[in-house]
Ligand binder design. Structure first.
Ligand code: ZN
Length: 165
């Protein structure tokens, strides 16, 4: 079932989200949350990822949309209790937006490459390295779980057409 995407100003976006106990990853509650988030994200025009706090749930979970991947090769789309374990020395300014700050885009300094550790929707732990857009997504989404929005880091923010118009 599609859920409402909360907007900046809602307190849940500023909370530090809680870890999901590994044994409850396969519970109906978490599996329903994941399915609902996937439906919510796929219903957006431009969204490439969504963190649980963006649907009002303060848990450490984010999902990535198939459209974020360049190849159709098997990719992890669900990241539970994610931790960025490595960051490249090099950084770059990336153009970035957020479904919870709809109608804006900004330039944010991001690490070019990161490595993330997380659990998937079956409770299996995995590690992924990423660069470019996927690395940017990992950093943006982990920020969400710590109560940080891209506008906190952006050097400039500009208005763009809203996703939900
Ligand atoms: Zn966001």
């Amino acid at each position: 079932m599609k859920r409402n995407i909360v907007q900046v100003g809602d307190a849940v976006l500023r909370e530090k989200a809680q870890d999901i106990p590994i044994e409850s990853i396969t519970s109906a509650e978490i599996q329903t949350l994941i399915a609902d988030m996937q439906e919510t994200l796929s219903d957006t025009k431009t969204g490439v990822a969504l963190a649980a706090p963006q649907v009002g749930v303060s848990l450490r979970l984010f999902i990535v949309a198939p459209r974020a991947f360049e190849e159709s090769a098997e990719q992890k789309r669900v990241y539970i209790n994610p931790v960025i374990t490595k960051r490249s020395r090099s950084t770059e300014d990336m153009d970035e937006g957020c479904l919870s700050v709809d109608g804006t885009y900004g330039s944010v300094r991001r690490f070019e490459k990161v490595t993330i550790e997380a659990y998937d929707e079956t409770g299996q732990k995995f590690t992924r390295g990423a660069s470019g857009l996927l690395a940017q997504i990992f950093q943006h989404e982990v920020d969400h779980l710590d109560g940080t929005l891209y506008i906190d880091k952006a050097k400039t923010v500009r208005d763009v057409p809203k996703d939900n118009d």
